[in-house]
Design a protein around this ligand. Structure first.
Ligand code: GLN
Length: 323
């Protein structure tokens, strides 16, 4: 994955099957009150400040990750890259620089996700702008993109739909990998669509975006492939109150008592929006694959399958509709 060292820890270890590693961060109430960083003068040496920030991040992260996160936050706050930090560790920072870094560290210690602090997260090899209006793209979702690409021959001009585009990570990646396809992305959130449009523009992807609750705004339109990473967490799942999820849009995360409310709708209404032989591919929770396969079969899909993510969990389920 990408040029940002920050990517390494997001896919390396998983605490809970569907919960990214950054969610190890404890409830801020459990943290000792952060000490202010030393203010300039003798205390302002970059190496000392980095060590102090690392120590505080170590309260909730393993030491190597804490050091990496400290470097990422310092690099962002100072407007430099991590290599610069290593070469300048004897430098003294100005009070303004210290204030910028301390503000980021304080927000991180209060649990804000690194991706929101940086305003960016890499997905499928490209940088995507992210704001609290959108779910932070997860490495797991690259599986959804790969499975879609396998079903989209490069030379065919097929119609593709992404439901719940969020940051646009899936729709934009598909549009860029398959320039001949016509990709449409819908979302219920106007805020998310603004982020997705900005990403499509910055990455020069031709995607049609529409505000829509599920398929509603699409009328009778049909597609050769529908892909979605919908909200799928059960409303009462305690993980929603932990780590990054606390800061992400609830609309993008939870869907009913068993998490499957939207998935049920997307499956039952899909046949009216698929071309003959068209595919529906859905990301879901680590323990939902059997339920989603059953929903697809009940709705008349064939070639129903589930695919496993890097963490070894069945993460995406799909089928094709040939009736
Ligand atoms: N994969 C996310 C998580 O469990 C959830 C995203 C979603 O609901 N689509 O952290």
């Amino acid at each position: 994955m990408g040029q940002e060292a920050g990517e390494k820890w997001t896919d390396a270890v998983v605490l809970q099957p569907t919960i990214p590693k950054s969610d190890r961060l404890l409830d801020p109430a459990l943290l000792p009150l952060p000490q202010p960083l030393p203010r300039g003068g003798r205390g302002g040496r970059l190496a000392d400040l980095l060590r102090s920030a690392t120590e505080r991040l170590s309260l909730t992260l393993p030491p190597r990750e804490a050091r990496l996160e400290a470097q990422i936050l310092f690099a962002h706050g100072l407007g430099v890259n991590r290599a610069w930090l290593i070469g300048h560790d004897r430098d003294r920072l100005t009070p303004e620089q210290i204030a910028a870094v301390a503000a980021l560290l304080k927000r991180r210690l209060a649990g804000e996700p690194v991706a929101y602090l940086l305003g960016e997260r890499e997905f499928y090899g490209r940088p995507f702008r992210v704001t609290p209006d959108v779910l932070i793209p997860r490495p797991d979702t690259e599986l959804l993109v790969e499975l879609a690409l396998e079903r989209l021959p490069p030379n065919e001009a097929l119609k593709v739909l992404d439901i719940g585009v969020g940051s646009g990570a899936v729709a934009v990646s598909l549009a860029l990998e398959r320039p001949r396809c016509r990709v449409t992305g819908v979302d219920l959130s106007a805020g998310a669509l603004r982020v997705a449009e900005a990403n499509a523009e910055a990455l020069r992807a031709g995607v049609e975006f529409l505000i829509s609750d599920g398929y509603e705004a699409l009328g009778g339109r049909r597609f050769h492939l529908i892909a979605s990473n919908p909200p799928y967490i059960a409303a009462a799942d305690p993980h929603l109150k932990q780590g990054d999820l606390r800061f992400e849009p609830p609309l993008a995360l939870a869907s009913g008592g068993d998490g499957l409310d939207l998935i049920r709708r997307l499956v039952s209404e899909a046949p009216a929006h698929l071309e003959p032989g068209g595919w529906l591919l859905l990301e879901h929770g680590w323990d939902q694959a059997a339920a989603v396969r059953a929903l697809l079969r009940e709705a008349g899909f064939s070639a129903v399958f589930s695919a496993t993510d890097l963490g070894g969990h069945e993460r995406v389920t799909g089928g094709d509709f040939s009736l």
